[in-house]
Design a protein around this ligand. Structure first.
Ligand SMILES: [Zn+2]
Length: 136
């Protein structure tokens, strides 16, 4: 096997395909995520209320399969984050976070067969956002 083939195989093995969506299944997505991606547990006002746990996925590795026209946007504070939720069932399956402008944040609770034990986890102190963001 050539060096480039070996690298390709290694890359394939460190990527995970995930699928998910909202409760009513109007919104559906698939994404490719590096297996060593850390799930972020944030304590900010909105994440603590909704129990959102973050899996950060580059925009280019995410595909919205359905539900574009059902998505509604909620914004507060700096308005940089775009909290997208399904207009039918109200579930926020993914959104545009302020912390990663080039990525979506997927709600791990909305991923099909998500096994939390297979991922690394880290607390994100969203109540002290500036400090927490510098440490990422
Ligand atoms: Zn829905």
């Amino acid at each position: 096997m050539s060096k480039s083939q070996e690298q390709l195989v290694a890359k394939v093995h460190t990527q995970r395909e995930i699928n998910g969506g909202c409760h009513c299944q109007a919104v559906k997505f698939s994404a490719t995520v590096a297996a060593d991606t850390t799930v972020l547990h944030c304590n900010c006002s909105i994440c603590s209320m909704s129990g959102f746990q973050h899996l950060i996925v580059k925009h280019k590795n995410f595909k919205l399969l359905s539900g574009n026209k059902e998505l509604r946007t909620y914004q507060f504070n700096t308005g940089q984050a775009k909290h997208l939720f399904c207009g039918i069932c109200g579930v926020k399956a993914f959104y545009q976070p302020r912390s990663h402008a080039d990525s979506w944040s997927i709600n791990t609770h909305c991923i099909i067969d998500f096994k939390a034990a297979e991922w690394d986890h880290q607390d994100f102190d969203g109540q002290n956002w500036q400090q927490a963001h510098r440490k990422l």
